[in-house]
Design a protein around this ligand. Structure first.
Ligand code: NAD
Length: 541
């Protein structure tokens, strides 16, 4: 070693506007055409080799039933077990590779995402996930690049954290990757999470078995190909589209499981945690379980809120990406004094929102991800039409062309009403209007009633209220915003993650997450070894 490389402190990617007449708009439209007209067959990728199987499913655009984007091959027990063996075979060489060589692969992948594949990945995300141009590009390329770069930067900070030295002792901390392999299981709603969950442990020197979501398999496949183009050695990350239950049965129970990097629903994380618990005697080490999961994210407004700011926060927080962000706003507490004005402006603005095919750049909202999500939202909307405890202020659905749920507002008359408490992951905002004498009661409800604690926001311009709410709501959210919607965290600026049923709060893209993928070893070397076992106190008087 002739020099020590230091990873750069990254700048976040600058977003494009896609305004009419811009070059980026033309490039994105061309990419949308390209992706719409190709129907790829997605293989598994194990040991760097494409694996085609007969167990296949179709990938369709959620907003257009007729648009088939891909066909995907699934692997079962045999493929998953092969992926584990392959990962373990690749482990020593990957772990021994100098850190800057590892960094270079992920920094190059970020560069490829930001340049060569920028518009292509945005188009895949738009069509596969039904995101608008802005939502898709915030995700891929922007957040994908940010996370890949921050992982490298944070890993470098960790390697540089070394213990105190003594005159005669040399002390070192080695940040070893975990013994065994890491299993990464990714959700449908963010390309950035699809990239990050396998990449973060791999950046720390781990080998990975990666199961993508069925509903995000196309973007995941292209991200995997970019990792390979950037020079990722065969076997370090193995891409295995498969059934969730197979991953639980054949991967999570393997005695070499070193870690589980998960994002998705609270139910699946709890089930997998139980499964690991039941198998605890079989593992070589305690597997690290890192999960970012569900939310029931809130807005708490006081009489000192600005109505226009509040209404904008309600709309953007609840309806962008059809409410399918884990951080999306879904319950709001609004003071009775402001309600008439808030209601009037909110419903008037909602009437201006376009919902439809995301290839039409004027829409704010596309479709929800799949039939299950559509049916669940439709059931809650229908129920609100009849339930005594609810008034449906606006909202409807239509699945004739795609899976469209229109922006929905339910005014609930009871804090216990179901839409006010269950995660729905769709554009349904439930609002409770509170009287002045209920102030303490609703703060207590907001702070303590939910099994989740992911994101929340308050709207007020009174400093005493801000301080009071910051204290009283301190355990209600891992990301907490003042006079801003609860969604929208930027890597490196607002580290993201929640507690309670919302996850282990390890904060994606932050140094705290990277610490979970290493097992430190403390090494002491004695430069003047002892030659006498006797302590001075033992000498004769
Ligand atoms: P999901 O739980 O349905 O699926 C997530 C992944 O788990 C998928 O790949 C799925 O195939 C897999 N899976 C399902 N059953 C499994 C099993 N038994 N064993 C192993 N894997 C299994 O979640 P989703 O619908 O993809 O995503 C939406 C959920 O994710 C919401 O609850 C949302 O709040 C949450 N989410 C949270 C964050 C966060 O940072 N907290 C971010 C994004 C999404």
């Amino acid at each position: 070693m002739t020099g020590i490389y230091h990873a750069p402190n990254p700048d976040n990617v600058k977003s494009r506007t896609f305004a009419p007449g811009t070059e980026e708009r033309a490039l994105l439209k061309a990419a949308l055409e390209e992706v719409s007209n190709q129907k790829v067959v997605i293989p598994a990728i194990i040991n760097g080799q494409e694996v085609y199987t007969d167990d296949r499913f179709e990938v369709r655009a959620p907003h257009d039933h007729s648009l088939v984007l891909a066909e995907c091959c699934r692997v079962g027990e045999e493929g998953l077990k092969e992926a584990i063996e392959t990962a373990m075979a690749a482990k020593d060489a990957w772990e021994m590779l100098p850190r800057e060589q590892r960094y270079a692969i992920f920094l190059k992948a970020a560069n490829l995402v930001e340049t060569k594949y920028r518009y292509f990945l945005t188009a895949v995300t738009m069509l596969g996930q039904s995101k608008t141009a802005n939502e898709a590009s915030f995700d891929a390329p922007d957040e994908v690049c940010d996370l890949l770069r921050y992982n490298v930067y944070n890993m470098d900070l960790i390697y540089n954290m070394q213990p105190k030295q003594d005159l005669t002792l040399m002390n070192r901390l080695k940040y070893r990757p975990l013994e065994g392999f890491v299993c990464a299981v990714t959700p449908f709603n963010f390309a950035s999470i699809c990239a990050n969950l396998p990449a973060a442990p791999a950046t720390a020197g781990n080998v990975v078995v990666w199961k993508p979501s069925t509903n995000a398999v196309l973007i995941s496949y292209y991200l995997m190909k970019i990792f390979m183009e950037a020079g990722l050695p065969a076997g370090v990350i193995n891409f295995v589209p498969s059934r969730g239950s197979d991953v639980s049965n054949y991967v999570l129970t393997d005695r070499r499981l070193g870690g589980f990097h998960f994002t998705g629903s609270t139910r699946v994380f709890r089930d997998t945690w139980k499964m690991v618990g039941e198998n605890i005697d079989n593992y070589r080490a305690y597997p690290r379980l890192v999960g970012e999961t569900g939310g029931k994210d809130y807005c708490f407004a006081t009489e000192n809120a600005d109505v226009d700011e509040l209404v904008t926060g309600l709309i953007r927080g609840a309806f962008e990406y059809q409410g399918q962000k884990c951080s999306a706003l879904s319950r709001a507490y609004i003071p009775a004094k402001l309600w008439p004005e808030v209601k009037e402006k909110l419903l008037a603005e909602i009437k201006t929102i376009r919902v439809g095919d995301v290839k039409d750049f004027r829409v704010l909202m596309g479709a929800v991800i799949d039939r299950h999500a559509f049916n669940l939202a439709a059931e809650y909307i229908d129920s609100a039409k009849h339930d005594e405890d609810a008034d449906l202020l606006c909202g409807s659905y239509d699945d004739s062309k795609g899976l469209f749920i229109y922006p929905t507002v339910i005014q609930v008359k009871s804090l216990n009403y179901k839409s006010f408490n269950h995660e729905l992951f769709s554009p349904i905002l439930s609002i409770y209007v509170y009287e002045k004498d209920e102030y303490d009661k609703v703060i207590d409800h907001c702070a303590n009633s939910s099994k989740y604690a992911l994101t929340g926001c308050i709207y007020t311009h009174d400093r005493n209220e801000i301080a009071e709410l910051e204290w009283k709501l301190r355990d209600s959210a891992g990301n907490w915003n003042i006079n801003d919607k609860p969604a929208g965290a930027l890597t490196g600026h607002q580290p993201f993650g929640g507690a309670r049923g919302s996850g282990t709060n390890d904060k994606a893209g932050n140094i705290t997450n990277m610490f979970r993928w290493v097992s430190p070893q403390s090494i002491k070397e004695n430069m003047l070894p002892f030659t006498d076992y006797r302590w001075p106190s033992m000498a004769e008087e």
